[in-house]
Design a protein around this ligand. Structure first.
Ligand code: ADP
Ligand code: TRP
Length: 322
């Protein structure tokens, strides 16, 4: 049996780029494999020192949003990373196997330095904590986006080195590319990202969402002119929500002329609302029942702890701590 594992950073309000780029494929994992582990990587987010209250809120927000988007805690072990704190012990042990040169080559670390961040040791050793996350649960497959691929390669290097020194204790994971590498454009046509202030949230207020959709940038073709759907951000977003027939219909209207960008934006807004309606409803229910979300995370942490403690017994024995 293959175990799939992934972590999500609680880094802000979720947008539709996150949904189509990451959340949907994570939720689908539960249908595709019998053994899935998903956690909220709150320890990783400390590297950028969020305000304590904000971090607590975001962790809760991500938990609620993932459950609303269909993550089923009966099928997936879903928990908060910091609730299974032996991950920090494993990280220390792995730190002692990790060359400084390896970490110095991390793109994410180099990017942060290039952006003028004063790097802390947490940021530097971020990939080692990620390795500990993966190796603690003997994960076989780790779904990753392009930006995380190097971190996974580092996990493999660290685990191989550990096994060479101490015997076959750790499972060497493989990256898992889900095949849905859509880059969702933002309202300005660049990649949608919270750092670019061009996002459309998954669970935003309908009025605010409508305003954002109406602000999507287009060329200045007039109402009557024929338009090219394939270079238009509105159409690129509409495709995410619409059936192939609906897409063909809108493309036809673009090409025929007498169809304005305003019309397309309203169609996009309706499609967005229809698509997320069941998830919004579920989210309201979850928000009304905070005890349920707490219980899900607690149960997830218990199940994850069992797996983690079994691994730690083997690791401690292997390195001579027991
Ligand atoms: P942001 O760029 O808003 O900071 P994150 O880096 O926190 O988003 O991304 C979280 C997850 O969502 C990652 O797996 C990332 O690949 C995915 N993701 C983010 N933005 C997009 C996008 N515009 N298109 C596709 N996937 C995205
Ligand atoms: N670093 C990942 C990200 O920023 C989150 C993460 C932490 C993770 N630990 C992990 C992903 C382990 C996969 C496996 O998106």
């Amino acid at each position: 049996m293959k175990r799939v594992l992934t972590g999500i950073q609680p880094s802000g309000v979720l947008h539709i780029g996150n949904y189509f780029g990451a959340i949907r494929s994570t939720v689908r994992l539960q249908e595709e494999c019998d053994d899935a582990v998903v956690f909220i990587a709150d320890l990783h987010s400390l590297t950028v020192q969020p305000k304590p209250e904000e971090l607590r809120e975001r962790v809760r927000g991500v938990a609620v949003d993932f459950l609303a988007c269909g993550l089923d805690p009966e099928k997936v072990i879903f928990f908060r990373q910091s609730d299974v704190n032996v991950v920090c012990e494993l990280m220390w042990i792995l730190n002692c196997q990790t060359g400084v040169g390896l970490l110095e080559r991390a793109h994410s670390y180099k990017d942060k330095i290039a952006k003028g961040f004063a790097p802390n040791n947490g940021l530097f050793s971020y990939p080692v904590l990620m390795a500990a996350d993966i190796l603690l649960y003997h994960a076989n497959l780790v779904p990753v986006g392009k930006d995380q691929k190097q971190h996974l390669e580092m996990t493999r290097d660290i685990a191989i080195r550990f096994n060479q020194q101490y015997g076959d204790v750790l499972t060497i994971p493989e990256p898992y590319i889900s095949g849905e590498v859509a880059v969702v454009p933002g309202t300005d046509g660049q990649k949608m990202s919270k750092s670019y202030n061009n996002t459309i949230e998954i669970f935003g207020e309908p009025k605010a969402i409508k305003k954002k959709i109406m602000s999507i940038q287009t060329d200045s073709k007039g109402l009557e002119e024929p338009k090219d759907p394939d270079t238009c951000t509105i159409f690129a977003l509409y495709k995410l929500f619409a059936t192939p027939e609906q897409q063909a219909e809108m493309a036809e209207r673009y090409r025929a002329g007498n169809y304005g960008y305003g019309h397309a934006k309203l169609a996009l807004f309706d499609a967005y609302m229809d698509f997320f309606a069941p998830m919004r409803k579920r989210r309201e229910e979850l928000l009304a029942d905070p005890g349920y979300v707490d219980a899900v995370l607690k149960r997830g942490a218990e199940r994850a702890s069992e797996l983690a403690h079994a691994t730690m017994d083997e690791v401690r024995k292997a390195v001579g701590l027991r």
